[in-house]
Design a protein around this ligand. Structure first.
Ligand SMILES: NC(=O)c1ccc[n+]([C@@H]2O[C@H](COP(=O)([O-])OP(=O)(O)OC[C@H]3O[C@@H](n4cnc5c(N)ncnc54)[C@H](O)[C@@H]3O)[C@@H](O)[C@H]2O)c1
Length: 370
């Protein structure tokens, strides 16, 4: 199969993980790196032997580029996607899809008009851990799923990220930053969401940067740093989610747990491709670790697996799994928690969603189609 040529816009922290993914999947070839900071683009291009480093406009004009992989900070996701769509490119955004619902709807409509695809991170649900969990649930291992819990509780990114300010601006916060992993995983296992409600607050309003270069600088938190939500799934299960950048030492049984009429599934960290899958059926004395049914457990090498799946989809004409519609459903839910926290009213989701086909079992480690 002829590799799909991608161009990366946004050569910051996460871009290295995408360039390692290009090395892991022969279906991808990176032909250009771009950034508004040209030095960052040059550095990444050199590190991964990418032939071209340029400013974004030059990348949009490059006829070789088929997918623009948009790894800018969330506040730039919509404008970069719009420029790429206008240039006739497919787009794969980092999460969240965009900051606002209106921006998300607009880029999906613009892409439709231009007959180009929108994909969006996370792709971690394509990993061995979450695909194995989905198969267990689909095969009835816990009976009928009736409830779920999802916990992402920590103290934020200012201790390690070199430029952590965006995490505390509107469009950041623990729900917009980490919610996509947890909600996307829940969607794979339990299907679409009907309604959400929530409570939220800014619990630690001022942050001090602990990483080098900006060490000691203060950040004023502009968006809730602790959000608790409830979820009604269309299929009838009810969920509880907590995302926090405001607590220390949270001890969670597992990041996500799915409870069914016949047993319980402990789901690994959805911010990874692997992790332990543990199952305990009604009447069993202890938990059992379940071997993976699927390939792709190495998140360090395959972080951008969603782009690789989109590349296969472009070549064969099938639907890609980490879709813009899925990310829009997630964005709608995330805003729903925040809106409900402010209004005191539950929110019924507007964005429609159908879960993608599962990956086939037993794929080679460098492929996503049979
Ligand atoms: N850092 C992580 O561990 C991580 C993990 C998963 C996902 N993400 C997501 O990846 C995205 C980027 O995160 P990051 O940590 O790499 O951020 P970063 O701040 O390290 O890098 C962002 C880069 O985008 C560039 N940029 C900003 N606006 C631009 C524009 N309009 N045009 C071109 N370039 C522009 C910046 O110059 C910078 O080099 C975010 O959406 C984030 O949610 C980050």
């Amino acid at each position: 199969m002829t590799p799909v040529k991608i161009g990366i816009i946004g050569c910051g922290n996460i871009s290295a993980a995408y360039l390692r993914t290009v090395q892991a999947f022969p279906v991808l070839e990176c032909v250009a790196c771009a950034d508004i900071d040209i030095e960052r683009a040059k550095a990444r291009a050199q590190e991964f032997s990418v032939p071209k480093a340029c400013l974004p406009d030059e990348l949009y004009d490059d006829p070789d580029v088929e997918i623009v992989v948009n790894l800018t900070t969330p506040q730039a996701h919509a404008s970069v996607a719009n420029d790429a769509i206008a240039a006739g490119k497919h787009v794969f955004n980092e999460k969240p899809l965009t900051v606002t619902r209106a921006e998300g709807e607009q880029i999906l409509a613009a892409a439709d008009e231009k007959s180009v695809r929108i994909g969006c991170a996370p792709g971690t649900f394509l990993g061995a851990g979450l695909q194995t969990c989905r198969k267990l649930i689909d095969d009835g291992a816990i009976g009928e799923p009736v409830a779920a819990t999802a916990y992402m509780m920590g103290h934020g990114h200012e201790s390690w990220h070199p430029d952590p300010e965006f995490y505390y601006m509107v469009g950041g916060g623990p729900m917009m930053d980490m919610g996509p992993y947890y909600l996307t995983a829940l969607l794979q296992m339990l299907g679409p969401i009907r309604r959400v409600s929530g409570s939220a607050g800014i619990l630690v309003p001022e942050r001090t940067i602990g990483s080098e270069k900006k060490r000691g600088q203060k950040i004023t938190v502009e968006t809730p740093d602790h959000i608790t939500g409830t979820i009604d799934f269309v299929g009838g299960a009810v969920g509880t989610i907590i995302t926090s950048f405001a607590v220390w030492h949270a001890q969670n049984f597992s990041p996500i747990t799915i409870f069914g009429t016949e047993g319980t599934l402990a789901v690994p960290d959805p911010n990874s491709l692997g992790g332990k899958v543990r199952l305990r059926r009604q009447g069993e004395e202890d938990w059992a670790e379940v071997p993976y049914t699927h390939s792709h457990s190495d998140g360090k090498q395959k972080w951008g697996i969603g782009v690789a799946d989109m590349a296969y989809a472009i070549r064969s004409g099938r639907a890609h799994r980490a879709s813009g519609a899925q990310a829009m459903h997630v964005l709608d839910a995330m805003h729903g928690f925040l809106d409900a926290a402010e209004s005191g009213q539950s929110y019924t989701l507007q964005a429609q969603y159908l879960r993608p086909m599962p990956l086939p079992t037993g794929l080679p480690e460098d492929a996503l189609d049979e």
